[in-house]
Ligand binder design. Sequence first.
Ligand SMILES: Cc1cc2nc3c(=O)[nH]c(=O)nc-3n(C[C@H](O)[C@H](O)[C@H](O)COP(=O)(O)OP(=O)(O)OC[C@H]3O[C@@H](n4cnc5c(N)ncnc54)[C@H](O)[C@@H]3O)c2cc1C
Length: 391
Amino acid sequence: MAVDGKFAVAVIGGGAAGMAASAVAAEYPRRIVDGDGEDGGEGILCLERNDAPGRKLLATGNGRCNLTNAACSESKELLLFFRKIGVLTRLEEGGRFYPYSGQATAVRNSLYVEMKRRGVDLRCNSPVKSVRREERYFEIETEGGEIFRAIALVLATGGKAGPQYGSFGDGYAFARSFGHSVVSPLPALVRMVCEEGQRHRLRALKGVRVKCEAALWIGVSAVGRASGELQFTEDGLSGICIFDLSRYMRMKGSQVCRVELDFAPETEERMLINLLSDNRAASLSGVVPDKIAALIDSETKGNPRAAARMLKHMEFPVAGTKGWKDAQVTSGGVPLSEVNTGTMESKLIRGLFFAGEILDYDGACGGFNLNWAFATGLKAGRSALGSAANA
Ligand SMILES: Cc1cc2nc3c(=O)[nH]c(=O)nc-3n(C[C@H](O)[C@H](O)[C@H](O)COP(=O)(O)OP(=O)(O)OC[C@H]3O[C@@H](n4cnc5c(N)ncnc54)[C@H](O)[C@@H]3O)c2cc1C
């Protein structure tokens, strides 16, 4: 079969993980000659479905790209890497790092320039159809019928979140074809949809933003808690604390589920009863935005005790989450137990590496997911080159 190119390392996916992997793998360009003296391949290939790499990166952090978090053990290494490729960063509330310019384009463009500078053969508009192991090589076929050969292969195709940016979950089929299992993918960091019976309340609250503490109850257990901004939508709940709780929705199954909101986490219920007993309507508006105050007032019919209880425990039964288009990340994927997390190499297939969201990892809001994509991308890129050189 005619081969359109032989490479030391092929990276499938030019997102955050794939761009980092191919840039770092190309740091030491080498021609690899295999044991029989045959020319095994040269350089690094990156195949991307879209017409440009890093489309999702441009949408991250509301266009500002929250690229890592100070709480991540890899953040120092990442900040150094980005500084080396020209991205100065700024530390903001909650340990979040952003490019100093506040523009995601700075991150995407610097990675792109670095890939080009180091000679990565980036092929856009090249969706990969299939991958297979052929003796000592991986053979990669694109939907356009091109065939590439590589000694090491990095799967960085992302998960299923945000298909409008190019990730449809193709990588799972590639991983399965090599014998890997896949933990069923579910949307995460995503809005929650409330039960139909809540629509009249949501209509009254639509658009209201409020800081609160939220707990997710599945059956009789509180499976997660988060605090931060919450936003009411016409069919459910949104905002950072809801996104963070959505990561636990995998545990729901067929059980009933609800979100419980505490609008005054620093204040005891007893104090609120005293406050509301003196001047209920005015005091309610002093604790929560007017629309929430009006809803609580009407639902508790002038009872300060009931109103205080609702300020601390307002409940919204939840039917599920929005779908992939609204999700920021995927919960599920290739289990970490099937990968050597020191090198990101598959424990089943030598020379096969994974990076980013294709793996069964999802982090909270705050830069943890890009941190994972970049950190695993750097590891996989370096190890893949090492593996190709030693094949
Ligand atoms: C709106 C939004 C905002 C976000 N904001 C943040 C944030 O501020 N901070 C944070 O930490 N995380 C954020 N995330 C999450 C973060 O973007 C992802 O965790 C990260 O991009 C995952 O990187 P990845 O490279 O693994 O996958 P992706 O970025 O999804 O990249 C995968 C790439 O592979 C390509 N591809 C897929 N299949 C094929 C194929 N068969 N052939 C060729 N190419 C293929 C895709 O086109 C895509 O370019 C956000 C996500 C979204 C959707």
